[in-house]
Design a protein around this ligand. Structure first.
Ligand code: NAD
Length: 477
């Protein structure tokens, strides 16, 4: 049994509330430990620690901050087995994916460590009578609120640029998956030389500590990754406080297959696009738009590809369980909704027959055909391995259906026609478009949403800007 405390100013700290949340193993639905249920007093303590650490951290030369972040990247690589073990146990992710995850997480610290200082300011030429420049400065203490579906990945992509820019951070991981970030913060202090208080980790439920963090007067920016509902709640607080906010929210991304595509690649690509991480992936391609002339043949190929995806608790499984019980119940409820709406499951759509899988929160990948874009299963984010297949006639029809969604996080496009690829990519309302594979993207690619999927961007050089504010200096000579 594990017991996760807060990690504040370089020390494990129990919650002032002495309240605890049971932590469950998604593979077995058994309790594996407890997590601190911190309260507002813990928020105050965490923010005070980050505020105390701020002057020295922001006064470092950017290259010195960068050196610490690059060192943390190296430590993450050295401790990949430890971090992977914790993340896999808490989320249920297959163990075989953990080395690649550690590599990705390390890359965020290495990349932002390398570019620290790259956007600190520029000379502004307003003629010979003046010397003028625009500085970019850190905000101060940044609150980073995180979801459970990709704990270390989401944490690294917000924390690394925030620290590189000279901010200090109070991070709040999901109460379901706190362990890996707590371990990373401890490694950062003990092995990478991050000064205590520069990265504090506060554990507890969203409603209890999320608003308290956003309302704290010393918190000057919030980066939030999670649901639209919680993003809206934070948006209200941010409106009152005029608090800068980055929102990385949900999605219902279209994956578009044209008749001219390499269908042998598109079928397994589309299968992976909605089953990776058991569909608990904000950018999952859960609306598959298929050109009508190839629809039936392509669905056959797709179902064959989906049938190969092995769901289970094993290290080698292609997909693990759903991470939380509430999410598992939500996904199952969409099976009834789909049936009531008249969609037909071409594969899946029921509980796994293997009794081993019934002990945990496993869901079979499910493909619904006979869908329209107006059905709830096509409009709402299910956040599980559930796909709706929707036919389209031509390019214009594909763009119309893809954009007819409250969300706009990502899209996929499969075609051999390069002209079509550029035309369609230009018209799609989505923050990331990947062509001839699904998902992907690199640390260097900006990532974020249109419409209900959020605003602001993580990843890429530009994310540094989201963690800084500009100051103009104009000197009359
Ligand atoms: P969630 O909104 O329930 O929780 C996210 C975090 O917010 C957690 O730490 C939670 O404790 C906290 N929280 C909950 N209510 C809050 C409130 N009222 N105020 C402040 N904080 C609060 O989301 P989740 O269920 O953990 O994650 C799944 C969602 O995250 C999905 O919608 C998914 O699409 C989205 N997501 C988006 C991205 C992206 O990059 N756009 C990435 C991953 C996940």
């Amino acid at each position: 049994m594990t017991r996760h405390l807060n990690y504040l100013h370089g020390e494990p700290v129990p919650p002032s509330t002495d309240a605890w949340i049971a932590q469950m193993d998604p593979r077995t639905s058994q309790r594996i430990g407890d997590v601190a249920a911190s309260g507002p007093a813990d928020v105050a303590r965490a923010v005070a620690s980050s505020q105390q650490a701020l002057p020295a951290w922001r006064a470092l030369r950017p290259s010195e901050r960068g050196r610490v972040l690059v060192a943390l990247g190296r430590v993450i690589r050295q401790q990949a087995a430890l971090l992977g073990e914790i993340e896999s146990r808490e989320t249920g992710k297959p163990g075989r994916e953990m080395p690649a995850l550690a590599d990705l997480v390390a890359q965020f610290f290495e990349y932002y460590g390398g570019v620290a200082g790259a956007m600190d300011g520029e000379l502004v030429n307003v003629g010979p009578a003046y010397h003028s420049y625009a500085l970019r400065e850190p905000f101060g203490v940044v609150g980073v609120i995180l979801p459970w579906n990709a704990p270390l990945h989401q944490a690294a992509r917000a924390i690394a640029p925030a620290l590189a820019a000279g901010n200090t951070v109070v991070a709040k991981p999901s109460e379901f998956t706190s362990g890996s970030l707590l371990a990373l913060a401890r490694l950062a202090v003990e092995q990478a030389g991050l000064p205590p208080g520069v990265l504090n980790v506060l554990v507890g439920t969203g409603p209890e500590i999320g608003p308290a963090l956003a309302e704290h007067p010393d918190v000057r920016k919030i980066s939030f990754t999670g649901s639209v509902r919680a993003g809206q709640a934070l948006g209200h607080i941010a409106a009152e406080r005029i608090l800068p906010l980055t929102l990385e929210l949900g999605g219902k991304s279209a994956n578009i297959v044209f008749a001219d595509a390499d269908l042998a690649a598109a079928a397994p690509g589309a299968a992976r696009g909605f089953t990776w991480n058991s569909g608990q992936w904000c950018a999952a391609g859960t609306r598959l738009l298929v050109q009508r002339s190839i629809h039936d043949a392509f669905v056959e190929q797709l179902v064959e590809a989906v049938a190969q995806i092995r769901v289970g608790p094993e290290h080698e499984a292609a997909a693990g369980p759903i991470t939380t019980r509430a999410q598992y119940d939500k996904i199952l409820s969409y099976f009834d909704i789909a049936e009531a709406e008249g969609a037909r499951a071409a594969i899946g759509g029921r509980l796994p027959s293997d009794p081993r899988l019934q002990q945990g929160w496993f869901i079979e990948p499910t493909v619904y055909v006979g869908c329209t874009n107006q059905m709830r299963i096509a409009r709402e984010e299910i956040f599980g391995p559930v796909l709706c297949v929707i036919p389209f006639e031509d390019e214009a029809d594909a763009v119309r259906i893809a954009n007819d969604s409250p969300f706009g996080l990502a899209a996929g496009l499969w075609s051999r026609d390069i002209g079509r690829v550029h035309r369609v990519a230009a018209q799609l309302e989505a923050g990331r478009i990947v062509v001839n594979e699904y998902g992907g993207g690199f640390v260097q690619n900006p990532c974020g949403g249109y419409k209900l999927s959020g605003y602001g961007r993580e990843q890429g050089l530009g994310a540094l800007e989201h963690y800084m504010q500009q100051k103009s200096v104009i000197i009359r000579l």
